[in-house]
Write a protein that binds this ligand. Structure first.
Ligand code: CMC
Length: 425
């Protein structure tokens, strides 16, 4: 703790607001005693000035373009680590030893299958159900299958549930995809790596041998590492809020999936592809598209450009850009849509309007293109995001339950409705 500041009300009441500092980042004013001392609340729609918890998992510095998982820069993890190792790191706070890594891999693989009734459950959805609708429903339904690990006060139960979620969400995600395409549900193959297994679940058919495509595996692994956590965003905060009441982990993660579904959060990479499709279909030029984005009388914005937090650059975008270029060269560099994307990227990076406002292509610009190049339909993009972020959500849920300061999340409000009045006699 460092200094404190004093807040006084017009009625002459006052409160000391101690300043608390973390490892990195700005100090925060501790307003916990404010209401008791003065009777007033703080007003902060969107929580832009509010730290809702202490967390030791992920750090972001938007001005400097920094993203750390448990202290490790995302660039180094993307280069040297793999998704399951990042899962272990996020959940446990340290990188695993080789023995811990082997044990963790074994544990996750042990849980990759789902109860046969889950398959029936997914088959019960309408033929044209959105995969995100199936995912949110099915993850919530998992709580009805795993009564043996629902004691949220038992750290061992919390850990088993975390392992189950990390292991089963890819299986469920693939079934949501296969259901919407009328394809058979494959069983997991635990001889494969976590990501190889996912590609098999998605793209294999029982009638033919399946060999994972190393290019696709590498790209998906990278996307999953980059999306594994992003501190207190809307969906993570939703998981914490839902879980703070004591809701079980499956219900809490389902709440996070629901929050992620919104276009302002997990749907941005889909919006990028919609924009590129629209440019392509209309025959619009890139010059004209950029001019529209700069025109203040036109509501059009370039999807996949700019970021609310990263005002310098999105460190994830830099990493994924390289992968995107490699992948397009390998898989689909000559397709007109990808040529459009490259032209748009090049022209905006050279344009003063974008340079002055520090508007760079963000992670969604590249992930949308990569997922499209891998042949995934757009309605699976947010599912892929949810699958990657499951570990972040569950790590925050576990951290919250291990925190002695944890209380049920219960924001207050500024009431602006009708004044008290009498029911007409
Ligand atoms: N195209 C054209 N102009 C833009 C864009 C854009 N994509 N983004 C911002 N600007 C302009 C904006 O008009 C403003 O100009 P001026 O200073 O002349 O008024 C200036 O840049 C600053 O914009 P802002 O609206 O204050 O920036 P913000 O931080 O409020 O918005 C944003 C950030 C991400 C909502 C916005 O950049 C945007 O709408 N981008 C497109 C949607 C998108 O790609 N979203 C995904 C974000 S990444 C999500 C994740 O991390 O998961």
């Amino acid at each position: 703790m460092t200094d404190s500041s004093k807040l006084s009300t017009p009625e002459g009441k006052s409160a000391e607001l101690p300043m608390i500092t973390g490892t990195h980042g700005p100090a925060v004013a501790d307003v916990r005693g404010l209401n008791k001392a003065t009777g007033i609340f703080t007003y902060d729609p969107g929580f832009a000035s509010t730290a809702s918890c202490k967390s030791a998992i992920t750090f972001i510095d938007g001005d400097e373009g920094v993203l750390l998982y448990r202290g490790y820069p995302i660039e180094q993890l993307a280069e040297n680590s793999n998704y399951l190792e990042c899962c272990y790191l996020l959940m446990n706070g340290e990188l695993p030893t080789p023995a811990q890594s082997e044990e963790f891999n074994k544990t996750i693989k042990h849980h990759t299958m789902v109860h046969e009734n889950i398959r029936d459950f997914i088959n019960g959805f309408r033929y044209d159900a959105h995969p995100m609708a199936m995912l949110v429903g099915t993850i919530g339904a998992l709580s009805s299958f795993y009564h043996d690990s629902l004691d949220i006060n038992d750290p061992h139960h919390r850990e088993i549930s975390a392992h189950r979620l990390i292991a089963k969400v890819p299986t469920i995600a693939s079934y949501c995809y296969n259901r919407s395409r009328g394809l058979p549900f494959m069983y997991p193959d635990n001889t494969l790596s976590y990501v190889e297994n996912f590609t098999r679940l998605m793209f294999a058919v029982p009638a033919e041998e399946f060999v994972p495509n190393p290019v696709a595996v590498k790209a998906i692994e990278l996307i999953m590492i980059l999306h594994a956590d992003h501190e207190q965003n809307a969906s993570t905060s939703t998981v914490r809020l839902a879980g703070s009441s004591g809701a079980n982990p499956f219900a809490s993660i389902a709440a996070g999936v629901a929050s992620l579904w919104g276009p302002a959060h997990g749907g941005a990479n889909e919006a990028v592809m919609n924009m590129l499709d629209a440019i392509h279909d209309s025959g619009e030029t890139i010059e004209r598209t950029i001019a529209r984005a700069k025109d203040k009388d036109d509501p059009f914005r370039l999807m996949g450009f700019g970021h609310r937090v990263y005002k310098n650059f999105d460190p994830r975008a830099k990493i994924i850009q390289k992968m995107c270029h490699e992948l397009l060269d390998e898989l689909g560099g000559d397709q007109p849509l990808f040529a459009l994307a490259r032209e748009l990227e090049e022209q905006t990076l050279a344009d003063d309007y974008f340079k002055e406002r520090r508007l760079y292509p963000n992670v969604d610009f590249y992930s949308g293109i990569i997922l499209r190049a891998l042949g995934l339909p757009m309605n699976m993009f947010t599912v892929m995001f949810a699958m990657s972020r499951t570990v972040g959500w569950i790590s925050h849920w576990m951290e919250m339950h291990a925190d002695p300061e944890n209380r049920i999340g219960r924001p207050r409000q500024l009431y602006v409705g009708a004044a008290k009045r009498d029911y007409p006699a």
